[in-house]
Design a binder for this molecule. Structure first.
Ligand code: HEM
Length: 475
């Protein structure tokens, strides 16, 4: 294995897969498996290598310290890829995720406040109600002996949670029959992933059926967001005392917009509502789905999670009802951490340096795509003992009892540094509440024997993950 390049070297001198003239490595890339292809190459070419897609040059990094350093050096040293910004503008989604510099700082402050730990504690009763709706949905599926499309149901759950938490609006898609806003949201991430990673901006010149479908989805999302914004504006007009202290992200951002010189625009409100809906939906839903997938394959851990939730839930109740209970779930936390380590829904971080920089002794020009592979780092034996093994016990051991490395700086499912995920606490709460409810009330069986494959469309998800639920003690 080659260890990066020797000092000082140019990107062209790095090892990497053989490139064809003009195409580079385009012919070897499948966008839906991009992270897997880059991970395979990392196995061959080491912690720093180069590849090229048409005219666009990228380097691929899987070194724990360098990844931490780069993530920490934002927004001044590194940024999200430059082509994200125009793509987000075209999709009317240029909010906190795609913003940079001062623009980003301004939006980030409001998002952080809105998703603060204290706000989440106050929100807990509504989360518990939404978990109850998910349980009733799964009870119906169990009674009908119908297979459950886990990602699909969990996305309804996460959209319901995000809209209530961030916007104070209950869209209740879990109990809405037929198609809902998710149908439109689901078109956005695959398009962002495709447009970010292909070398030609063809959609600016002609539109394929998929681009037209995206346009329709974005129009539909805009209508839904407009309805949400309108209802919050009306509430603020009817209850002016609410202006003394905003109760959620949308109230805060609308009030900022009205402040003279705040720099906020109507477009930014729309874009940020869209950002939060998208950022909170797939990520959390897919993380819970992967964790349930592991639990179905490891009945011993399912049993331990069940034991933990049974001990926490008040006798006669079906789920946790109190925020304090969510702080006492070490086993459920261990299982979900282990699932995020092996199946992180963000297995690929793409950034670029603002100016020329040195990475592992290699001179990297500003603007070069830096593709980072956090999963490769988190599964290496030098960072986590027996790194590819599903072993939640590692999260329960005291440092003294551990048999080898357990390096938390190699575990970054939520990113790191100043742009690290502001929704982490909300996501962890959702994960705990859903898993406790699941283990308490259902037995879960996988459907279909074949292994579940990973796909990436901005976030990484299990392809065709269906399960059967049975009410507990029913058989
Ligand atoms: C298990 C669930 C989740 C995972 C694994 C996850 C992961 C991530 C990751 C890896 C990033 C990039 C961090 C970086 O650049 O260092 C991110 C950013 C972000 N996440 Fe999450 N996320 C989750 C849930 C949520 C939720 C529930 C919300 C809000 C409702 C949210 C809102 C955001 C936002 C707004 C950003 C952009 C932050 C910025 O650019 O400053 N995420 N998330």
């Amino acid at each position: 294995m080659t260890e990066g390049c020797l000092d000082p070297a140019r990107v062209e001198d790095l090892p990497g897969p053989r490139e064809l003239p003009l195409l580079g490595n385009l012919h070897q890339i499948r966008l839906s498996r991009l992270h897997l292809i880059l991970e395979d190459w990392a196995e061959q070419y080491g912690p720093l290598y180069r590849f090229r897609v048409g005219p666009r040059r990228g380097i691929v990094l899987s070194d724990r310290n360098e990844i931490q350093r780069i993530l920490a050096d934002r927004p001044n040293g590194f940024r999200r890829p430059r082509n994200l910004e125009p793509i987000a503008v075209e999709m009317r989604l240029k909010g906190v995720f795609a913003a940079e510099g001062e623009d980003w700082r301004r939006q980030r402050r409001i998002v952080m406040d809105a998703l603060s730990r204290a706000g989440i504690e106050d929100f807990f009763p509504k989360l518990a109600t939404t978990v109850g709706r998910l349980r009733r949905r799964w009870e119906k599926a169990a009674d009908a002996e119908a297979p459950v499309d886990l990602c699909h149901d969990l996305m309804r759950f996460t959209v319901d949670v995000t809209t209530q938490m961030a916007f104070g609006v209950d869209v209740n898609t879990l109990e809405t029959p037929g198609p809902t806003i998710q149908r439109h949201l689901n078109k956005v991430f695959p398009s962002v992933h495709r447009r970010l990673n292909i070398p030609f901006f063809y959609w600016r010149y002609f539109r394929l059926p998929s681009d037209r479908a995206l346009d329709r989805a974005l129009d539909a999302i805009e209508i839904e967001i407009a309805a949400i914004v309108k209802s919050v504006r009306q509430r603020l007009a009817l209850e002016p005392e609410r202006r003394r202290s905003a109760r959620n992200f949308l109230e805060a951002i609308i009030m900022k917009l009205e402040e003279e010189g705040s720099g906020f625009s109507d477009e930014e409100i729309f874009a940020n509502v869209g950002n939060l809906l998208l950022a909170g939906e797939d990520t959390t839903a897919n993380t819970i789905a992967w964790t349930i997938h592991f639990l179905t394959g490891h009945p011993d851990w399912f049993g331990r999670c069940r034991h933990e939730s049974d001990a926490l839930v008040t006798p006669g109740e079906k789920g946790i009802e109190d925020f304090e209970q969510t702080k006492r779930m070490p086993v459920i936390d261990a299982v979900s951490n282990e699932s995020m380590r092996l199946k992180p829904v963000a297995p690929l971080f793409i950034l670029e340096a603002l100016q020329e920089t040195e990475i592992l002794g290699c001179r990297v020009p500003g603007g070069t795509g830096i593709f980072m592979l956090p999963r490769r780092v988190g599964t290496r034996d030098e960072n986590f003992v027996d790194g590819n093994r599903f072993d939640p016990e590692r999260w329960l051991l005291t440092p003294k009892a551990r048999r080898g490395p357990h390096d938390l700086s190699a575990f970054v499912p939520f990113g790191a540094g100043p742009r690290f995920c502001p929704g982490r606490n909300l996501a962890l709460l959702e994960i705990r509440a859903v898993l406790a409810m699941l283990c308490r009330n259902f037995d879960v069986m996988p459907v279909g024997g074949a292994g579940i494959e990973e796909r990436i469309a901005f976030t990484m998800f299990p392809d065709k993950l269906f399960v059967r639920m049975k009410r507990r003690n029913q058989h």
